[in-house]
Design a protein around this ligand. Structure first.
Ligand code: PLP
Length: 355
């Protein structure tokens, strides 16, 4: 740290992204990426766009917005594209929270929320999940601040119904409710995007990093009333109007238009998720029901950290958490069947070694 840094940044605890060690090839089940490459159509469009990189990209993402509006059945003024959904989430903290309007989110959820709050000098209140690690919707009625709810939640994978989400929105008429649907495509749940015309206090965020295989492209979306989108655009145009580069915008169009590829991958992940849960169950893990592309596996016999370390030694990366209630848990991304088999073989070896 330099002596010039201000007090806020000096104190800030940055988000720690999932590790990407380079010492050997790992089975990477720690950052909830999609194991399948982007749609060939997406890569073809991105390659074509590369030839125009001498010019600034279109800050309005005009073509991408038109395709997304059609795809999701909303108006163009209801959409904002960002550099990953992390960026639109950060914009929401900047726009809809301040010293007098705290952020409100579960005690166990996406680890970036408290970091965005601290970065923006926003106080926050964490509402405990219940003993089954589930969000209790009523706890968010009249929450007195801007609500951030990952639905499905991470790292639990549990999902709230659209009716439960709607009640939360209805019961917070004076505050924005941000529904982070990074993992929504993997469940059977209904998206809150259908509610943006009905409620002017709703912002739904989506990502291309998971179900659309574009984590490295960094593409996220916000859906909301035209007024909320205008607020967020103001921040985009006050920080970086060129937040979505031309290759990524082109890839995004390809990813949205290649519906068959998308469906096929999501179906495979759902099947593999069931297979992973079944296999982990055979080894005595309790696996929470997941509507996402990961599962939370809880063990009575081994701490999350020890299991993570033992798996890493055997070339498999998963994620463990420092939180007291997640001490015996790890989050495992749903990979290919081959990757799951490698994880299970490593788990078997660990069990045998521990006796
Ligand atoms: C709940 C949740 N929201 C948002 C994100 C951010 O995704 P991205 O910035 O890649 O769109 C993640 C990433 O893991 C996440 O787990």
């Amino acid at each position: 740290m330099s002596k010039y840094v201000n007090g806020k940044i000096a104190k800030l605890e940055a988000y720690v992204p999932g590790e990407q060690p380079k010492d050997k090839r790992y089975v990477k089940l720690n950052t909830n990426e999609c194991p399948f490459p982007p749609s060939p159509y997406a890569t073809r469009l991105a390659r074509q766009a590369a030839g125009g990189l001498n010019l600034y990209c279109d800050p309005e993402c005009t073509s991408l917005v038109a395709v997304a509006a059609e795809y999701y059945g909303v108006s163009k003024e209801n959409i904002l594209f960002t550099n990953g959904s992390d960026e639109v989430l950060n914009f929401a903290f900047i726009a809809f929270c301040d010293a007098g309007v705290p952020a409100v989110f579960p005690d166990i959820t996406y680890g970036f929320y408290p970091v965005f709050a601290d970065l923006n000098g926003v106080p926050y209140r964490e509402i405990p999940l219940d003993e089954d690690l589930a969000v209790v919707p009523q706890d968010y009625y009249k929450a007195g601040g801007t609500i951030f709810l990952a639905n499905p939640n991470a790292p639990t994978g549990r999902v709230l119904s659209l009716a439960e989400i709607e009640e939360i929105i209805k019961n917070n008429p004076d505050h924005v409710v941000v529904v982070d649907e990074a993992y929504m495509d993997f469940g059977e749940g209904e998206s809150a995007i259908s509610l943006i015309d009905k409620y002017d206090n709703l912002l739904v965020t989506r990502t291309f990093s998971k179900s659309r295989s574009l984590a490295g492209g960094r593409l996220g979306m916000g859906f909301a009333s035209a007024e909320i989108i205008a607020d967020l655009r103001k921040i985009k145009y006050s920080t970086n109007p060129y937040n979505v580069n031309s290759m990524t915008a082109a890839a995004g169009i390809g990813a949205l238009l290649d519906e068959e590829y998308f469906r096929q991958n999501v179906d495979t992940i759902r099947k593999n998720r069931a297979y992973l849960a079944e296999k982990l169950g055979e080894y005595g893990f309790k696996v929470l029901p997941s509507a996402a592309n990961f599962v939370l596996a809880i063990s009575e016999g081994i701490s999350g950290k020890d299991y993570y370390l033992a798996l890493k030694e055997r070339g498999v990366l998963v994620r463990y958490f420092d939180k007291p209630r997640l001490k015996s848990a790890v989050r495992i991304t749903v990979g290919t069947k081959e990757e799951i088999d490698l994880l299970i073989a490593a788990t078997k070896a660990i069990e045998e070694e521990r006796g």
